[in-house]
Design a binder for this molecule. Structure first.
Ligand code: NOJ
Length: 529
């Protein structure tokens, strides 16, 4: 695969469909709504949209509980709306990536309805059924990611079934070849409709220990942390046989040109990079969430970037993510000033960047009144601070009553400052965060050094993080002040004709000189002379 492949040089933009644009006045976003905002997405300059699940679903986990993998939920529209969206996107040179949720179905999926109907049903083995222990207790100590035991008793057939998430999300048995075949057919269904790739939900969960051994306790766990963290997920996730399953998906995609396979994986770097697969037979982009999880300081980030870049297997391609629908927004976590530095980091590192809708307007934490909580995790384990609603609130398009998202009160509240924090207002401000994102994307598209160039570490200290990107004769130096004090950065080898082409404050275009003054929370791009 050449370095110019779209998903290597391109930028992915995640859309949470419930919250992007409502077209029919029910307070929830939909496919037609997304279609009406494609010009915005195109003008932003990204290359692909990844849409979180739009399938038929009882919505217990907002679409991550699928009851028909080949059907669209009426809330989002129809299959015709989907075909229109693909056509409209492709007409603008935008790729469309779908969310694929293979680890579990909804308990309303016909497969599970059959599976639970009797112990002898042909689909019994499509899910993970186990007997109770002799004392009647659960088969092992595994915990659901949303709290409580991961096993639920089925009275009618006298066995437990396993669910890594909600009771209503039973896990499929990926050791069963019929499950693999059925899910490959699902992939083909969407590929044949023109989908350009998939983001695969919890891909590292797909295979569990064959003996279902107990997970060991996590010595670092303490009260206030979610129950799932009380155990180390040694036997419930990241099993060696998962790579064979992923290679199977990969081979389905390989029958179509230039499709991308992205895997959702929360693992440390040395485990994460195994998901490229033996001889790159795995995911094209095993999602790298380190920027979401790191302490926000220059030393920690320099270390993780250097280590990650060095760990990518030969021929593999890196990627970076700053936010998603499960994690506090970047501006909420590190503040508005550093969110601009984070934007420069995301869009100048080596590897495919994934942006999360709304981060480009600096959306921060939206307060959710208790009576408006939606997230099932928050409902199961309230008050721990893991509510995912604050990062799932509607996109803010303009200064009107419902921010141009809807004509009625949206399913989740808007930010208090939506009258000023919106696309229309920030798009017209030359120094806004939206203008910064646009400028960074233009530069990344114009300069091969930034999109596909090598990463060259630069030795730095204190709050400064710097690196170079090189491609052919082109060389760009990135200098980021991750602190709140000004500093003098002396970075050699930029060359006599070096020029600052961008500051995160959008107010510098000047020769770089030998020594560079950086204001608090400022990042700059220097094109070497
Ligand atoms: C990961 C998804 O991103 C999250 O939103 C969902 O709740 C779980 N997987 C379960 O599907």
């Amino acid at each position: 695969m050449p370095a110019q492949t779209w998903w290597k040089k391109g930028i992915v933009y995640q859309i949470y469909p419930r919250s992007f644009q409502d077209s029919n006045g029910d307070g929830v976003g939909d496919l037609k709504g997304i279609a009406t905002r494609l010009d915005y997405v195109h003008e932003l300059g990204v290359d692909a949209i990844w849409i979180s699940p739009i399938y038929a679903s009882p919505m217990k986990d907002f679409g991550y509980d699928v009851s028909d993998y080949c059907g669209i939920h009426p809330l989002f529209g129809t299959i015709e709306d989907f075909d229109d969206l693909i056509r409209e996107a492709h007409g603008r040179d935008l790729k469309v990536i779908l969310d694929f949720v293979p680890n579990h179905t909804s308990d309303q999926h016909p497969w599970f309805v059959e599976s639970r109907s009797s112990r002898t049903n042909p689909k019994r083995d499509w899910y993970l059924w186990r007997d109770a222990k002799p004392d009647g207790s659960v088969p092992n100590n595994w915990v659901s990611n949303f709290g409580g035991s991961a096993w639920t008793w089925d009275e009618a057939t006298g066995q437990f079934y396993y669910h890594a998430f909600l009771v209503e999300q039973p896990d499929l048995n990926w050791r069963n070849p019929q499950v693999r075949e059925a899910m490959h057919d699902v992939l083909r269904f969407w590929l044949d409709r023109g989908v350009d790739g998939f983001r695969v939900d919890v891909i590292w969960h797909l295979i569990k220990d064959a003996q279902f051994r107990d997970n060991p306790p996590n010595p670092a766990w303490h009260a206030g942390r979610p129950e799932i963290d009380s155990l180390l997920q040694v036997y419930s996730t990241d099993q060696p046989e998962v790579h064979d399953v992923i290679a199977g998906m990969r081979s389905v995609l390989d029958a179509y040109p230039e499709r991308v396979l992205i895997g959702e994986i929360y693992l440390p770097t040395e485990r994460l990079v195994t998901y490229y697969g033996k001889d790159l037979s795995g995911a094209d982009l095993p999602f790298n969430f380190q920027l979401i999880q790191t302490a926000w300081n220059a030393r920690a980030i320099a270390k993780l970037v250097d280590e990650y870049d060095a760990a990518i297997p030969v021929g593999g391609w890196p990627n970076w993510v700053l936010g998603n629908h499960d994690q506090p927004r970047i501006a909420a976590r590190i503040g508005a000033a550093q969110a601009r530095v984070a934007a420069m980091l995301l869009l100048t590192l080596r590897g495919t960047p994934t942006m999360y809708y709304g981060d480009e307007i600096g959306l921060a934490r939206v307060e959710i009144p208790p009576e408006r909580v939606q997230d099932p995790w928050e409902k199961n384990e309230p008050g721990l601070g893991f509510n995912r609603d604050p990062e799932r609130t509607p996109m803010q398009w303009d200064g009107s009553a419902h921010a141009g998202f809807s004509t009625v009160e949206p399913w989740l509240p808007l930010a208090g400052d939506h009258a000023s924090c919106n696309v229309a207002a920030l798009g017209g401000e030359p120094a806004s965060i939206l203008s910064l994102y646009r400028r960074l994307i233009v530069l990344r598209r114009e300069m091969p050094a930034l999109s596909i160039g090598d990463y060259v570490p630069v030795s730095t200290e204190g709050a400064l993080f710097a690196y170079r990107r090189k491609q052919g004769g082109q060389e760009v130096t990135v200098l980021l002040n991750l602190g709140s004090e000004s500093m003098t950065a002396s970075v050699p080898e930029c060359g006599p004709g070096a020029r600052i082409v961008l500051s995160t404050f959008l107010d510098r275009d000047e020769p770089a000189g030998d020594e560079l003054r950086l204001r608090p929370n400022e990042g700059v791009l220097v094109v070497n002379g």
